[in-house]
Write a protein that binds this ligand. Structure first.
Ligand code: C5P
Length: 247
């Protein structure tokens, strides 16, 4: 693989803090790099999920990091505490910006993950998935959880905060509630973002980019509305323009 050609390589994600995280849900590096080469790391971060990571592995993640992108490694670890802690250590060594586990793995698992990343030289933000944005109340009931969906999200987010993690993945529909309950320093990362005329796809709990920020989201994860747009850069620019308008 060659290093992506960038429109700018002056990026310290901590200073620029771009709000848009583009989900690189592609089958292989070649397809992902077609888009990545056109992106500016000062304007967006990148998310590598299970499909691309399984196909291309850690070297591809390191390549994005070396190209100055803030990378969210979205592998949603969910296993026994020892296994998750070790996976988090290995992931942190890739130089990524953010990493996640499933909050439903429990307090002990999240504490083990947190301790593990805290010991690494370049600690990534560690967040936990509450209820997937593809789930609705009926889906939650099907897996044996009879609680109201929003209450369940709050319960898992509270547990995440108790474990010492930096924040959660949730729907922007729950962001204002979590912001009010868990304070301003808790990071809220929200997938299920759809510009008003975009397809819902398999997402259930969707919100527009601007409403997500209004509700208190810190970062917006956006995949298909950008990656499957006829002109992905134009779509990203339109979403970016919407995001930087004063709320
Ligand atoms: O294409 P779309 O914008 O729906 O992509 C959303 C991305 O966010 C996907 O990569 C998906 O795996 C991820 N995600 C999600 N819901 C969560 C956590 C992550 O949709 N709760």
């Amino acid at each position: 693989m060659t290093t992506p050609k960038l429109t700018s390589n002056i990026c310290d994600p901590k200073i620029n803090d771009p709000k848009i995280i583009v989900a690189l849900d592609y089958a292989d590096a070649t397809s992902a790099l077609k888009l990545v080469r056109q992106l500016d790391p000062t304007l967006c971060r990148l998310k590598v999920g299970k499909e691309l990571f399984t196909a291309e592995g850690p070297k591809f993640v390191e390549q994005l990091v070396q190209a100055n992108f803030g990378v969210f490694l979205d592998l949603k670890f969910h296993d026994i505490p020892n296994t998750v802690a070790k996976a988090c250590t290995a992931a942190s060594h890739l130089g990524i910006w953010m990493l996640n586990v499933h909050a439903s793995g429990g307090l002990e698992m999240m504490q083990a993950a947190n301790e593990a990343v805290n010991k690494t030289a370049h600690k990534p933000l560690l967040i936990a998935v509450t209820v997937l944005t593809s789930m609705n109340q009926a889906g939650l009931n099907q897996v044996g959880i009879s609680a109201d969906l929003a209450s369940h999200v709050l319960k898992l987010a509270t547990l995440t905060q108790q474990a010492g993690l930096d924040g959660v993945v949730c729907s922007a529909l729950e962001a204002s509630m979590l912001r009010a309950q868990l304070g301003h320093d808790f990071c809220l990362v929200t997938p299920g973002i759809r510009p008003s005329n975009a397809s819902q796809d398999d997402q259930s709990r969707i919100v527009t980019p601007r409403d997500a920020l209004k509700n208190g989201s810190n970062y917006l994860v956006i995949g298909r509305p950008i990656t499957q747009a006829i002109d992905p850069l134009k779509m990203l620019a339109a979403i970016h323009a919407e995001c930087i308008q004063p709320i």
